[in-house]
Design a protein around this ligand. Structure first.
Ligand code: COA
Length: 328
């Protein structure tokens, strides 16, 4: 069977209006603007309104992506929502989004791969294009991490925030395509970043709420080291698979967890920071949405042109990782 190449035909993103600065955080926990900037690179982040859930952010990003791709909601064949902060445990945020968009009764599901969610969705979506099963796929990464952030924990509350990014996948009719894709997971690191309660292991109880176990817990230092190593490895694998080197890359869009992680990775693999898209200074870590928002920004700011080779690399809870190389 001849496989069909996938092209991203449009992107969109949405971040909430409310800005939370490092100075604001100084009034909430024992931290300083200087520490946050120096140790993470983050200056400010966006926080969703009380009435904004993941599907609301996803909806706004999706509308923009469909407009950019000149696709109507009736044309969609599948919706994948990558998120660790769904509206509810179930039903899937993708089903809620389908209804909001007025799409047909098409397949929709949520994908939970933490910060790697957008790249997992891109890779999975492209398999349905490859076989000819579907023609128009909406992939969305939407996070409301402020809802699982412990605003009393300075180790995590300075890092995470809210936002959404979306893309439309369609069969490619030119040279634009996914050149190579590599996804991975290492469950031995599952304990390094997690929300302990609220699932079947530790259902919600007065105790779990009192113990603040519905908030994110993170072993930042261990994750940091693993992130640098795994991201560098996944980059090398995807470049090898695509028969390219770092010199061929026009733009590198990494997951936006910490500027020091990104700098260490670029140094290790020989990529230049000039060719690296950074938005964590403005948005912090948006988990699955980080790369999706960054891609949309880079396109809208005309930093990406036809024929460019774009490299995406991610790392996140699970531990999951991935790297996708594409020609725009
Ligand atoms: N303000 C001030 N001090 C802080 C702080 C804050 N917001 N957060 C932590 N600290 C303190 C720690 O308590 C520690 O103090 P101690 O030495 O007295 O115990 C000190 O800073 C150093 O902590 P450490 O964890 O070694 O800092 P770090 O340089 O590793 O930076 C992270 C911490 C979280 C920024 C960094 O480890 C990181 O980015 N990790 C990866 C995060 C990640 O990728 N997460 C999700 C997966 S995508």
């Amino acid at each position: 069977m001849k496989l069909i190449e996938t092209q991203i035909t449009g992107t969109g993103s949405y971040v909430p209006r409310r800005i939370l600065t490092n100075a604001d955080l100084e009034n909430m926990v024992d931290t300083s603007d200087e520490w946050i900037r120096a140790r993470t690179g983050i200056k400010e982040r966006r926080i969703a309104d009380k009435n904004e859930a993941a599907s609301d952010l996803a909806y706004k990003a999706s509308i923009k992506a469909m407009e950019a791709a000149k696709v109507t909601s009736e044309e969609l064949d599948m919706i994948i929502v990558a998120t660790i902060t769904p509206d509810m445990i179930f039903p899937a945020t993708a089903c809620i989004l389908q209804e909001k968009l007025g799409a047909r009764k098409i397949v929709g599901f949520d994908l939970e791969a933490a910060c790697s969610g957008f790249l997992y969705a891109l890779s999975i979506g492209s398999q349905f294009i490859a076989t000819g099963m579907y023609n128009t796929i909406l992939i969305v990464a939407a996070e409301t991490l402020s809802r699982i952030t412990d605003w009393k924990d300075r180790n995590t509350c300075v890092l995470f925030a809210d936002g959404a990014g979306a893309a439309i996948l369609r069969p490619s009719h030119g040279s634009s395509r996914i050149i190579s894709s590599y996804l991975g997971a290492d469950g031995s690191g599952a304990d390094l970043v997690k929300v302990p309660a609220g699932g079947s292991r530790l259902p919600a109880s007065i105790e779990t709420v009192k113990n603040r176990q519905h908030y994110m817990k993170m072993k930042g230092n261990e994750l940091f080291k693993k992130a640098v190593k795994m991201m560098a490895q996944t980059i090398e694998i995807s470049l090898d698979k695509g028969n390219l080197t770092t010199n061929d890359i026009n733009l590198f869009i990494p997951h936006q967890a910490n500027i020091r992680i990104i700098k260490a990775v670029t140094k290790r693999v020989g990529l230049s920071m000039d060719k690296t898209w950074i938005n964590l200074d403005r948005y912090g870590n948006l988990s699955a949405a980080s790369i999706a928002v960054a891609l949309d920004e880079a396109i809208r700011k005309k930093r990406i042109k036809r024929g460019d080779k774009i490299l995406f690399t991610t790392f996140g809870g699970g531990i999951t990782c991935g790297s996708i190389l594409l020609e725009w």
